[in-house]
Design a protein around this ligand. Structure first.
Ligand code: ZN
Length: 133
């Protein structure tokens, strides 16, 4: 198993436009992309900081997992994404070690990444994303 880095941290927000005021005006980061992932019923905004990114997630429908997350827990950190070069291999290895996967096979995420989520019940409460280019 080899993970390269924290690719991004996903943060659930009610409004990307509102949240960007904080990240851009106060923290001085720059949003370089806004993208809708229809599959997930979310709009995403990306900001880069060093090797890592922040991914702001806004629900585009009340059915969105992000809408449900905010309803239950409020705005805040939603997931951590680790980058690997070989996503299928990594997922198999994780699964064989007894971790519950949400996505058995990778699917398409924002920025053209292949992504898969691990179940937070298996990961000490942290929704974990594995991704690769
Ligand atoms: Zn993510």
């Amino acid at each position: 198993m080899k993970l390269n880095k924290i690719e991004h941290i996903g943060i659930a927000v009610k409004s990307i436009e509102e949240a960007l005021k904080y990240y851009e005006n106060i923290l001085g980061l720059k949003c370089y992309a806004i993208e809708e992932v229809q599959d997930q019923k979310v709009k995403t905004a990306f900001l880069k900081i060093g090797e890592t990114k922040l991914e702001l997630l806004e629900a585009t429908s009340s059915e969105s997992p992000i809408a449900k997350f905010i309803e239950k827990r409020g705005e805040g950190i939603h997931h951590i994404a680790f980058e690997t070069d070989k996503i299928e291999e990594t997922l198999n290895e994780i699964k064989n070690k007894g971790i519950r996967l949400i996505d058995e096979t990778p699917r398409k995420g924002a920025e053209g990444l292949q992504i898969a989520f691990l179940h937070p019940k298996s990961t000490n409460g942290v929704l974990t994303e594995i991704c690769s280019k």
